[in-house]
Design a protein around this ligand. Structure first.
Ligand code: 5AD
Length: 323
């Protein structure tokens, strides 16, 4: 109730739609929770062509979305120049805001893409607990993995910056989740996405219940209810942030997870624009919501749901509107 009221007062009734394009499922990392991890050899890998990406952005324009989110695994095959050209083309052909979500990339790439016109970057810190983070997120050999430093860099480069965490990672305690929410308060984030951890059978985390032992009564559940609580608390600590009702949440409750997230503080939805033949391969966790819907179905259903809740569909890019 309080979170919904705070949302209404600070960011209004508009629900912003961001068209998600999963441009590549290649990944060099070995994150303990994610189905795209390099060691998952049973996954067929793809990388979309520039033309395929442009076709999806045309669909975003047709559907009236204000933003496209280009997301991928950490894919060294996504070259700086190649993506800069795509960003430039989207920015010159359309009025879309461009959000990137491509993992931990070198500063030079982030800077070049910003110059090319990218507006926002999403990089979840996943957990603020340094011990748990290292356990689930091994660094690339010879490289540091400090997502807080990258978030700071993104801010300096002039991006709108988004981050977030998973809820209910094995080994995550209530104390560390409270620290995550404190971190949302402390970091000046424009966007904050939180979703339940969903076990993927091809990952180490699914095989060993927890990588570090904690008392069972301290383990955060990866439940729908816990996710709503964290969405609501996130809205209370960051009243004017853009907060999505995430696909992972919709996956736990396909009937009404999206709506319930939206009534507990969320004001953003990210409908999937990825072509169906690739979408089934972007399996960060199993049975993702919207897996078999066309982009068109997804759009019309979401729009009806938003209107049925007495909310409106956001127009334009829907940035945080910082002064
Ligand atoms: N369950 C839930 N969320 C996941 N992500 C990755 N793997 C999983 C999983 N098994 C989330 C991470 C990542 C985002 C793109 O997807 O938080 O940042």
């Amino acid at each position: 109730m309080l979170a919904d009221e705070t949302r209404r007062r600070h960011v209004g009734d508009a629900v912003h739609l961001r068209g998600l394009i999963e441009i590549s499922n290649h990944c060099v990392r070995e994150c303990g929770y994610c189905g795209l991890r390099a060691a998952n050899r049973s996954l067929k890998r793809y990388r979309m062509t520039a033309d395929e990406i442009m076709a999806c952005t045309a669909a975003a324009v047709e559907f009236g979305y204000g933003t496209v989110v280009l997301q991928s695994g950490e894919d060294d095959g996504i070259r700086q120049r190649w993506l800069s050209d795509i960003i430039r083309k989207i920015k010159s052909d359309t009025n879309l805001a461009v959000t990137l979500s491509l993992g931990e990339r070198p500063d030079e790439d982030l800077a070049a893409w910003r110059v090319a016109g990218a507006d926002r970057y999403l990089l979840r810190f996943e957990t603020s607990d340094p011990v748990l983070y290292r356990l689930i997120h091994p660094p690339r050999p010879g490289r540091a993995s400090d997502r807080f430093a990258i978030l700071k860099k993104l801010r300096e480069l002039g991006y709108e910056v988004g981050s977030g965490v998973m809820i209910g990672i094995p080994g995550q305690t209530y104390g560390s989740l409270a620290d995550d929410i404190e971190a949302f308060r402390r970091l000046d984030l424009d966007m904050i996405g939180v979703g339940p951890y969903i076990s993927h059978p091809a990952t180490p985390l699914a095989k060993h219940a927890a990588l570090r032992p904690i008392p069972p009564d301290q383990q955060v559940p990866n439940s729908e209810l816990m996710t709503y609580k964290v969405v609501a608390l996130t809205r209370l600590v960051r009243p004017d942030a853009n907060i999505p009702s995430t696909t992972a949440l919709a996956t736990l409750n396909k009937e009404s997870g999206r709506e319930l997230g939206m009534s507990r503080g969320a004001n953003v939805i990210m409908p999937n624009l990825t072509p169906p033949q690739y979408r089934i391969l972007y399996e960060i966790y199993p049975s993702k919501a919207c897996l078999f819907e066309t982009a068109e179905d997804c759009r019309s259903r979401l729009k009806n749901r938003i209107l049925a809740m007495g909310r409106t569909v956001g127009q334009g890019p829907g940035g945080r509107g910082r002064p």
